[in-house]
Design a protein. Structure first.
Length: 296
């Protein structure tokens, strides 16, 4: 077994632990490479049977069209259930307040919609594609990460996970976030995608796109970005290392059109993939603060 076999086996074991320990789990699906990898792993874990959980996508309304199209095609191909939580609906119902100003984003509003979706469907575990190498707050989190009855995470309330023993016991109203690929790196994910020939949305590969320079980063041109006369549009060869709300996900200059090119590009990079996420730059503890409130 090579190292990818070990990572795959661990992730499949964790997914089966979720199916065995929880009554109503869900797989959080963003349409990004990590959640797509989770779907591939779930197929290895549970086929030829159906998944013991639905896919759940929290739609900000400002997602990349390529991601939504890929999501719908994938769900059709695998024949699994998709539940969509709408940030726009949360705003319309007065449960979330839209940000104002040039740098407004709906990314943080996903927390409101996610917690509503968890409560509405009674989910007691939510599987996510977060990895420890992404960001320091995520490095603090266990594979089974308990959230209280308000959906909040306490970094000091972490359970030991010795010898691959995961404790899914929770009290009334609590739920667990589960991260099967927590021990993977960005490079591991790409090497696995190459080995398994996993399809991805086209925005992960280099393409020409109209972009605007915003806070030192190239953002995809879109009405949600509130482009004004001060903004200069350019058409550049770019790709996206991470996929999120269009208002907070920056592109990187790239000519990588093949998986091997992307892998070499990542090996040479001195910036983490979340370096292209504007929401992480709000403060030094931006991610940890969002996670404490119930974020992914």
């Amino acid at each position: 077994m090579d190292y990818l076999d070990h990572l795959e086996a661990e992730a499949i074991y964790i997914l089966r632990e979720v199916a065995g320990q929880f009554e109503k789990p869900a797989l959080l699906f963003s349409g990004g490479k990590d959640s797509i990898t989770l779907v591939h792993l779930a197929m290895k874990a549970f086929r030829p049977g159906k998944f013991p959980f639905p896919l759940v996508h929290i739609d900000t309304g400002h997602n990349f069209p390529e991601t939504i199209a890929f999501r719908d095609q994938l769900v059709k191909e695998i024949g699994e259930q998709l539940i969509v939580g709408s940030v726009q609906q949360s705003i319309d119902e007065g449960k979330a307040v839209e940000q104002k100003g040039k740098n407004a984003s709906r990314n943080s509003l996903q927390t409101v919609t996610l917690l509503e979706t968890i409560e509405k469907n009674g989910f007691d575990a939510c599987i996510g594609g977060a990895r420890r190498d992404e960001e320091k707050a995520r490095a603090k989190e266990r594979i089974f990460s308990v959230r209280d009855e308000f959906g909040q995470w306490d970094p000091k309330r972490q359970r030991p996970e010795l010898w691959s023993i995961f404790n899914g016991k929770i009290g009334k109203g609590e739920n667990v976030r589960v991260f099967p690929i927590s021990n993977w790196t960005e490079l591991d994910v790409w090497n696995y995608i190459k080995r398994e020939n996993i399809a991805l949305p086209s925005i992960y590969f280099s393409h020409h796109r109209d972009v605007v320079l915003r806070n030192g980063q190239w953002m995809a041109s879109d009405p949600a970005l509130k482009i004004d006369a001060d903004d200069v549009l350019e058409n550049k060869s770019v790709r996206f290392r991470t996929v999120g709300d269009m208002t907070c996900t920056a592109a990187v200059d790239s000519i990588a059109t093949e998986l091997d090119d992307i892998i070499e590009e990542i090996k040479a990079s001195t910036v983490s993939e979340r370096g292209a996420r504007m929401d992480d730059k709000v403060s030094e503890a931006a991610m940890e603060d969002r996670k404490k409130q119930g974020y992914f």
